[in-house]
Write a protein that binds this ligand. Structure first.
Ligand code: ADP
Length: 634
């Protein structure tokens, strides 16, 4: 060390270097040692080496020193142990030390190179901690997780993966190639077809993963595998058990099927119930109307009043049946809306004409606010009219004597709105939220105004089916404004000028000769009703037949001007009978009216298809039947 270059080298060494004699007394230190331990050189030289060791290691250290000097060789100190240095201020720091013996003139000496590894330790600790976090995160994934490197070898798995695959693989899994795992995993899989095919598709999915890959296991479980490529050309794979999800969705499917079946049964029940109710109601309403119109033995005022009650009650019941049927059909999705360009003004005029007598009876004034250019809308004409009728009749019903109802048409870019403002009782605030729910009468249930609480529910559903909407504003005691909006027909510009069709009236009474009408019906009270009805109409000879078989003979023999046919007959049905009539050149030209208690839309369609010229439902409305007779006979 006398030579200058050695001295400089010694001082410039990045490690702390010190030399002790064979007893462990420090004889030489470099600058780095001073810096590392915080002592000056003169404070160290001559001291025992233990000064640089934490106190707890000091008692045993001299033994290590003598141990080393007995068999000296260059080696790292305390290999595998965490060594620590002690600074002058008592703080400790991790070190690595390598020892080498030096033979010198002064006897055996030991050189120790000491490196402060605090920074490296910290980085290592951090990496270890991060790794531990990662592993525990991966392990907490409930699905089986695995990570493959760019060589497709397993580098990381979690315990769910080990549980799933471990038993079939046996031994360590990490390090194994994917295809190796695949072969083992296939032992678990239920292969309905060719196992080689399953293997090939799984492998293909793993190589180019998109979406998910599903498998059924021998033990009945179902697995979904989701693989994704990582940025460094590896693959992560998640295997999840979807057995329960599957059984849930099949349960849901089953439940839905059951619900649909129940709903169909409900619709059928409602249809047949309505049929059963309509038949007796037919007799009740029919005879009551005949009593009212009986010119030979007119009723007394008292009797008229009582019969009026019967008719009103019957009509209410009929409305209820119709509404329930209508709503249940809409809810079962059985109502198809057929939209077309519709002139709103025309529909509104028809509705107000129909409502006029109703309004007049309770002394309510109807008015339509003027509007010039009403655009054509896209709507189902009949259903739009039904909505306006519902709103309009409510506006009259829930009005007051001397009140007003004003219809107004307004528009924006996309929609036409028809609003119906009344000066009636209004709707209390707490009743407004649920007013469009079926059977909700918003406090009117115990009041004197008749209703079923279904009208608004139907109205809302119908508007929605037409891509429209409904709404209202109301002030209790002052009145309400209900509105419906339907989309403007963008294809056709402005509405055509509204022209009302001319109504031709040609009463039966002016018929020159008598006409034969054959009525095919098995129910005696219906026959009696029809007899009495036509008795009041001059010029008609009624011939009745109790079954379709007899009816067909009678019709061929008499060649009547018109046939009225019940549908549900004891032998062949009304449908079959009308088909036979329309198939034969002898009878094809004779108009046939169907008279049935079945009121579903599909019945009407079926009747038209079968060849009926008109389809009327029971209970017969006398005015309606008379009008049809007039039309077909004159
Ligand atoms: P209802 O057969 O009872 O008239 P709706 O469904 O048509 O059934 O109406 C539900 C309820 O909403 C009615 O019972 C009534 O209380 C209230 N309502 C409807 N329209 C009006 C209106 N224009 N003014 C006040 N109340 C109304």
């Amino acid at each position: 060390m006398e030579r200058l270059e050695f001295r400089e080298l010694f001082e410039a060494a990045p490690d702390g270097v010190l030399v002790t004699d064979s007893e462990g007394t420090i004889v030489l230190v470099n600058q780095q040692t001073e810096r590392m331990f915080g002592y000056r050189r003169d404070e160290l030289v001559g001291m025992r080496i233990e000064i640089l060791i934490p106190e707890r290691f000091r008692p045993h250290h001299p033994t290590h020193v003598t141990g080393y000097t007995r068999s000296p060789r260059a080696r790292p100190m305390g290999s595998g142990l965490a060594l620590a240095g002690r600074r002058r201020d008592g703080t400790e720091f991790p070190v690595e030390i390598s020892l080498s013996p030096i033979a010198s003139s002064g006897g055996e000496m030991v050189a120790a190179a000491i490196r402060d590894v605090s920074d490296r330790k910290r980085v290592e600790d951090e990496a270890r901690r991060a790794n531990a976090y990662l592993r525990s995160a991966v392990d907490s994934i409930q699905d089986a997780f695995s990570l493959f490197d760019d060589q497709d070898r397993l580098v990381l798995v979690n315990s769910a993966f080990r549980e799933l695959i471990g038993p079939v693989v046996g031994g360590a899994v990490v390090g194994r190639p994917f295809e190796d795992m695949l072969d083992h995993a296939l032992e678990l899989v239920e292969c309905r077809g060719d196992p080689a095919h399953v293997r090939a598709s799984w492998l293909a999915y793993h190589r180019a993963p998109a979406g998910a890959f599903e498998l059924e296991l021998r033990d009945g479980r179902a697995l979904r595998i989701i693989d994704r490529a990582t940025a460094d050309h590896g693959t992560v794979s998640l295997i999840m058990d979807v057995t329960e999800d599957r059984s849930h969705s099949s349960e849901l499917l089953r439940a839905r099927k059951q619900a649909e079946a129940a709903n169909d049964a409900k619709s059928e029940f409602l249809a047949s119930m309505s049929h059963e109710l309509r038949t007796p109601l037919n007799a009740v309403l029919g005879f009551a109307q005949l009593l009212q119109r009986d010119r030979k033995q007119p009723l007394s005022d008292r009797q008229q009043e009582r019969v009026e009650h019967v008719v009103r009650g019957g009509e209410h019941l009929l409305r209820l049946i119709d509404d329930v049927l209508d709503l249940s059909r809409i809810e079962a999705g059985g109502v198809t809306i057929s939209t077309e360009p519709v002139n709103v003004r025309e529909v509104l005029d028809e509705v107000t004409n129909t409502l006029e007598p109703l309004a007049a009876r309770v002394n309510v004034q109807l008015a339509v606010a003027p509007m010039q250019h009403v655009p054509t809308v896209v709507a189902d004409r009949t259903r739009l009219a039904q909505i306006l009728m519902n709103f309009g009749s409510n506006a009259i019903k829930y009005n007051r004597p001397g009140g007003h109802v004003t219809f107004r048409i307004t528009r924006d870019d996309a929609m036409v709105r028809v609003s119906i403002a009344d000066t009636g009782i209004g709707i209390p605030v707490d009743k407004r939220a649920r007013i469009f729910e079926p059977f909700n009468r918003a406090g009117q249930e115990s009041g004197p105004i008749e209703g079923t609480g279904i009208g608004l529910a139907i109205t809302k559903r119908l508007a929605e089916l037409m891509e429209g909407s409904v709404g209202f504003v109301s002030e209790a005691g002052r009145g309400s404004t209900f509105w419906v909006e339907v989309p403007i027909d963008s294809a056709s510009g402005l509405a055509r000028a509204a022209g009302k069709p001319a109504v031709s009236s040609s009463p039966l009474a002016t018929m020159e000769s008598r006409r034969k009408v054959v009525y095919v019906e098995d129910n005696p009270s219906n026959i009696a009703f029809m007899r009495e009805l036509v008795e009041d109409i001059p010029g008609i000879d009624l011939i009745t037949a109790p079954s379709a078989e007899i009816g067909l003979d009678v019709i061929r023999a008499h060649q009547p001007a018109l046939v009225i046919m019940d549908i549900n007959l004891p032998g062949i049905s009304g449908f079959d009978a009308v088909r036979q009539l329309k198939d034969s050149s002898e009878t094809r030209a004779i108009p046939v009216i169907a008279l049935s208690a079945a009121a579903l839309a599909k019945d009407t369609t079926r009747a038209r298809e079968a060849g009926f010229d008109r389809y009327l439902t029971k209970p017969v409305r006398v005015d309606e039947l008379t009008a049809v007779l007039e039309e077909l006979l004159t």
